[in-house]
Unconditional design. Structure first.
Length: 307
């Protein structure tokens, strides 16, 4: 008899062998699930900025075009990006699954800045808005290093006004009451009403604070999640500041200028060129990568260069 059967006394019938096969199959699936990342934070609550080993992608959900329950609206997920590929590989499949489970029609746009100027998150979002097409009617300004862990977070159409998903009482790092960074949803109509974001913010920080003042100036009210009980465990933050330094350098009059409201610029004067546009799939999740060349008037904002 086979060696495995020698472990059991007597003669086994077909039914016990069938139960044994089921048990072994369940144990194999359980081991696979425990050995990969799933959708939660790293084991032991340690967040070291590097995503864990990804699980095999689940079977694709029914395409939204064939299911009326997905609703009429479509989200453009705008992700400002530069040289953070390990985060991108985790972000795209994770967000595609997360939004699909919630039946949110969506298109992920990776806004990849490929020029030699300093990073400009606000201008990239302006470009993403202009290039996102007419088949999307609202946007999410979404950091690539922030993953929602609570399935009750709302990504639906924010008809009543801007909806700040990563609110101060939930974001793992930023807790001041006027914070609107991380993840912010707006209808395209409301974003146009604000004239988008200011293009004057090169380097890290402050563009969200200026945009909050634009929102208020447009007569809009920021709404935030309610009933979320997971607190600062609501998101997984992938960024590791010890490994990837933020560009916080302040050049010339930049420190003074960053506290002013830009009343002239935004969607109306963002200067850019699309070097290439590529549709691709990351672990079965579709997205579009826009390679973007921003332009800068060094007389107007001399802090756009590293010199």
């Amino acid at each position: 008899s086979p060696p495995l059967l020698r472990l059991f006394p007597g003669r086994l019938s077909a039914f016990p062998l069938f139960l044994l096969a089921l048990l072994l199959g369940f144990a194999s699936l359980l081991w696979l699930q425990l050995s990969c990342s799933g959708e939660g934070p790293a084991p032991g609550g340690q967040d070291r900025g590097v995503p864990r080993q990804p699980c095999p992608p689940p079977a694709p959900l029914q395409p939204p075009e064939e299911e009326a329950s997905w609703g009429p609206h479509r989200l453009a997920l705008l992700v400002p990006f530069r040289e953070r590929f390990e985060e991108l590989l985790a972000f795209v499949p994770y967000m595609h699954r997360f939004l699909s489970k919630k039946r949110i029609r969506h298109h992920i746009f990776i806004l990849n800045q490929v020029d030699h100027f300093r990073f400009n998150r606000a201008s990239l979002i302006n470009v993403g808005f202009l290039e996102s097409g007419n088949d999307t009617d609202y946007i999410a300004m979404h950091d690539v290093d922030l993953l929602p862990l609570n399935e009750h977070l709302d990504y639906s159409f924010p008809e009543a006004g801007p909806f700040h998903v990563a609110s101060p009482e939930l974001h793992p790092l930023y807790h001041y009451k006027t914070y609107v960074g991380g993840i912010l949803l707006l209808t395209k109509q409301h974003y146009e009403l604000c004239n988008g974001m200011s293009n004057r913010f090169w380097g890290w920080g402050r563009e969200d604070d200026e945009f909050y003042r634009r929102i208020k100036g447009a007569g809009l009210q920021v709404r935030r999640p309610s009933g979320i009980t997971t607190g600062y465990e609501t998101f997984q933050h992938l960024h590791d500041p010890a490994w990837r330094k933020r560009d916080q350098k302040r050049i010339a009059a930049q420190k003074q200028e960053q506290f002013k409201v830009d009343r002239e610029g935004g969607l109306n004067n963002v200067r850019y060129r699309i070097e290439s546009r590529t549709d691709l799939s990351v672990a079965g999740a579709p997205c579009t990568v826009l390679n973007i060349l921003l332009d800068c008037d060094t007389n107007e904002t001399p802090w756009c260069t590293f010199g």
